[in-house]
Design a protein around this ligand. Sequence first.
Ligand SMILES: [Zn+2]
Length: 165
Amino acid sequence: MDKYQQSQKNQLFKSDTHDPYRSQRFEGSAICPQCDSVYQAGNWTWKSPENTVIHDAQPVKCPACRRIDDNMPAGTLKLSGSFLLNHRTEIVNLIEHTEKKEKAEHALERIINLTDSGDDLIVTTTGIHLVHRIGHALEAAYKGDSDYRYGDNEYGLSATWRRDE
Ligand SMILES: [Zn+2]
């Protein structure tokens, strides 16, 4: 790992520890009344056969549902360029497929909205890892140019992806 990668990793780590929506920690377990995700031992996960029996679970809205309700994305990805205009449907399919895989593994990584803004497409997410994963999926499938910027003072990741024919 070179110095650049190391600093990227530190930034990512720093960002992880400062997500205000995930800082709430409490004893015992909880179930989100909106999405049925489960909080145990400090982590939010989907219900699974191992954790479906939770006797003392309290109803607590999970960080992802809170971000969705507040419309406070952790991650934003802006797609632009003429390639997008000509391949919008398959690009949206790739984004949604990528979300499905990421969300299955990480309960708090979800898309909030896909919004058209002029000729651009804006994707907002509840977690920064999903932005990375979608950006890398786009690069792997279509090349193009991407850029990732972490918030200086507040938790978040803004990314762009662009391809012109
Ligand atoms: Zn939830």
